[in-house]
Design a protein around this ligand. Structure first.
Ligand SMILES: C[S@@+](CC[C@H](N)C(=O)[O-])C[C@H]1O[C@@H](n2cnc3c(N)ncnc32)[C@H](O)[C@@H]1O
Length: 195
């Protein structure tokens, strides 16, 4: 953490211009598929930026840039399969989405392309600050992501109002998955969807 109080990784993302995304976005058409490609490339660029920061390491064996800390392991589960699944289930028919343990927000960004109100929660404060900084940059290129909301918090202690969301995406944490599953079983409403 530098003397400014803003972590180096957050400042690195803020400084990066993501110019190549602008070029990709200016290609013809306005399809969700094109925006998906731009978001995917943006998330890859983000990881290139992070790979030069302390705490983040490149794992070629996993094709990942990871961070290991007291908050757990930051990795991503990839965006291609979730995007195809979201198309198959017609995610656009739903209204609001919550991404528990969102990491850098890959899934939350994808969901916004389907028009849902998308919220991501993570308990790593630096990762949350990076997601918010990156979102502000990406929104200048893909306006759909502008309304994505990133919250800092522990999903086990977060007093989630289940009635506010109709789709839940839950990263299977070792420590708190049982708490979430119990709450979901008790509070879920008819028609709610859990990934
Ligand atoms: C492996 S990453 C998954 C990122 C993303 N969900 C994905 O699938 O691409 C796990 C993330 O969950 C977060 N996490 C772990 N336990 C958590 C908890 N109890 N509450 C909130 N976030 C948590 C970690 O900080 C980390 O960013």
């Amino acid at each position: 953490m530098p003397s400014s109080g803003i972590p180096y990784a957050v400042r690195a993302v803020r400084k990066h211009d993501f110019r190549n995304l602008q070029e990709l976005m200016s290609a013809k058409g306005d399809s969700r598929q094109k925006k998906f490609h731009v978001v995917k490339m943006g998330l890859q660029d983000l990881r290139v930026v992070l790979s030069s920061c302390e705490e983040y390491s490149v794992r070629p064996d996993l094709a990942q840039v990871i961070k290991e800390s007291k908050y757990g392991v930051l990795m991503n589960s990839g965006v291609d399969t979730p995007f195809r699944v979201f198309q198959a289930v017609h995610l656009e028919d739903y209204k609001s989405f919550i991404d528990l343990g969102c990491g850098l927000g890959d899934i939350s960004f994808l969901v916004s392309l389907f028009g849902l109100r998308s919220t991501g929660i993570d308990h790593d404060p630096e990762v949350t600050a990076i997601s918010i900084t990156f979102k502000d940059k990406l929104a200048q290129i893909v306006p759909d992501v502008k309304e994505v909301r990133f919250l800092f918090g522990d999903q086990a202690h977060q007093n989630l109002d289940f009635s506010q969301y109709d789709v839940f995406y839950h990263f299977n944490f070792r420590d708190s998955k049982d708490i979430f599953k119990k709450r979901f079983a008790e509070q879920a409403l008819p028609g709610q969807f859990l990934f």
